[in-house]
Ligand binder design. Structure first.
Ligand code: NDP
Length: 449
């Protein structure tokens, strides 16, 4: 394993996030390889860590003043052993090939866990939609799709949203695909309801994560009722996580964005959440404005040079990181443990550093890793694809019920797979092992391709 890992690092030394994701999976699946010597002969680890295809392209576009800008577009088609590539698009200035490769790699295992027929992929651009007009975002999306359309299709690769790609961007991307290919198909998920979207898709990642957390608590005969929760982020995942936590009787006291966070000791309620949704989704404002609207809440600007994020030092029972990768470091994890948190459930992808994860596991915190806990989003994307193929719409209750069943099943699969290898209660090992075994078996069935 060490040799394989060092050759991955040597081949692409700058891809730190990708190495982090690979290392975590390698540690978890070591006992699987020990039990199956054939996997080594078949070089499954080397094959699963090498993308089937990497697409990188130039995206030129005009701003409102006529100035030309150039961004870089990516699509990493990681693995198609169990279905067409599926995974979101991220538009954020921090996007690099390493970030997209780590997200695509994670997506392979996550999609496998959903039990739906979806391979793993991810894409995006270093384009920053923040502060851009609708016209600028539209022109960028159109030029991005002008190239991407050659590589995707409803049976090949089906992108969706992620950070910086919401319903507005999906609309512009879909419109351009339809024009260029002259076909109306379910090539993207996260579409608006009137033209092929699924009910519950916007809510699915946040709701699904909270369903997963409720299952974890139920093992200890606990519920979310009356529990104080720290939530980070204030985008799609965070908003619907808060909605579901409130519905289940929890108390949410924080929300954040990339500049800082708000702490509201009174807790959010439905009206305050409606304000946040309007602020972030319609006005595209900053979370600091929350403290202006609700003066008993405080806004704390977070210094990126600080060795910890004070958001994670507040007294609470549960923590739900829903912003971005590596937002909880070892010190933050220790602060969470010290302030009484007994459950950490990840809405974001890889929000905890390896040091933080170790702190959670050493302290027997109920730890739900993103690739299992946030799989509800891609699961409902899979349900959107099914509805598109049948050209019909399932009612809200039906999709929500299917989502709950899927999250329960993923939770059970994680526990069973961990127990099979003597790692009782380790959701991280369970998620990696279950996701890995299914994909590897499919790869072996299909021969060396
Ligand atoms: P949004 O763009 O809707 O929201 C992202 C939120 O995270 C914003 O509040 C944003 O603040 C904050 N954020 C982004 N980058 C950083 C950063 N570098 N540091 C601190 N805060 C940051 O994205 P989503 O809610 O869709 O995604 C959030 C996370 O959930 C991501 O990790 C994503 O990969 C994951 N995820 C999303 C799914 C989905 O269905 N949408 C599915 C599965 C996982 P600001 O406004 O300042 O940028």
């Amino acid at each position: 394993m060490e040799t394989i890992f060092s050759s991955i690092v040597q081949r692409d030394p700058q891809e730190k996030e990708f190495h982090q994701a690979v290392q975590e999976v390698m540690q978890s699946v070591r006992p699987v390889l020990d039990r199956n010597p054939e996997f080594r002969r078949q070089a499954v680890m080397e094959r699963i860590t090498e993308p089937e295809r990497v697409i990188m392209f130039r995206v030129p576009w005009n701003d409102d003043q006529g100035q030309v800008h150039v961004n870089r577009g990516f699509r990493v088609e990681m693995n198609s052993a169990i279905g067409p590539y599926k995974g979101g698009l991220r538009f954020h200035p921090s996007v690099t090939l390493s970030i997209i490769k780590f997200l695509a790699f994670e997506q392979v295992f996550k999609n496998s866990l959903t039990t739906l027929s979806m391979g793993g992929g991810k894409g995006g651009s270093d384009f920053n939609p923040k502060g851009r007009s609708d016209g600028e975002v539209m022109r960028f999306c159109q030029n991005f799709m002008a190239e991407l359309q050659r590589h995707i299709g409803s049976n090949t690769d089906i992108p969706a949203g992620d950070i910086g790609v919401g319903s507005r961007e999906i609309g512009y991307l879909f419109g351009m695909y339809k024009k260029l290919r002259n076909e109306f198909t379910g090539v993207l998920t996260g579409k608006s309801l009137d033209w092929g979207g699924s009910l519950i898709r916007p809510e699915s990642t946040g709701y699904g994560m909270v369903y997963f957390a409720a299952e974890m608590l139920a093992i200890r005969e606990q519920t979310l009722e009356g529990r104080t929760c720290l939530v980070s982020g204030s985008g799609n995942v965070a908003q619907f996580a808060v909605e579901k936590i409130l519905e289940l009787g929890g108390r949410v006291v924080t929300l954040s964005d990339s500049s800082g966070y708000v702490f509201d000791e009174e807790g959010l309620d439905r009206d305050k959440l409606a304000y946040v949704m309007h602020l972030k989704n319609i006005r595209r404002g900053r979370i600091r404005e929350y403290a202006g609207k609700y003066p008993r809440a405080v806004y704390v600007e977070v210094d990126p040079e600080l060795d910890h994020n004070p958001l994670w030092a507040h007294h609470a029972d549960c923590a739900f990181p829903c912003a971005t990768q590596n937002e909880i470091n070892e010190k933050d994890a220790q602060n969470l443990v010290n302030s009484g948190v007994s459950l950490v459930c990840e809405g974001a992808n890889m929000p905890s550093t390896p040091g933080a994860v170790k702190v959670f596991l050493d302290n027997r915190i109920l730890y739900g890793p993103g690739k299992a806990a946030n799989a509800g989003g891609v699961a409902v994307s899979g349900l959107e694809m099914a509805q598109n193929s049948m050209r019909l719409h399932w009612p809200r209750e039906e999709v929500d019920q299917r989502l709950q069943q899927i999250m329960k099943r993923i939770h059970r699969t994680c526990l069973n797979s961990a127990a099979e290898y003597g790692l009782e209660g380790n959701y991280l090992a369970g998620a990696n092992i279950a996701g890995f075994v299914k994909v590897v078996n499919a790869m072996l069935d299909q021969g060396l391709v």
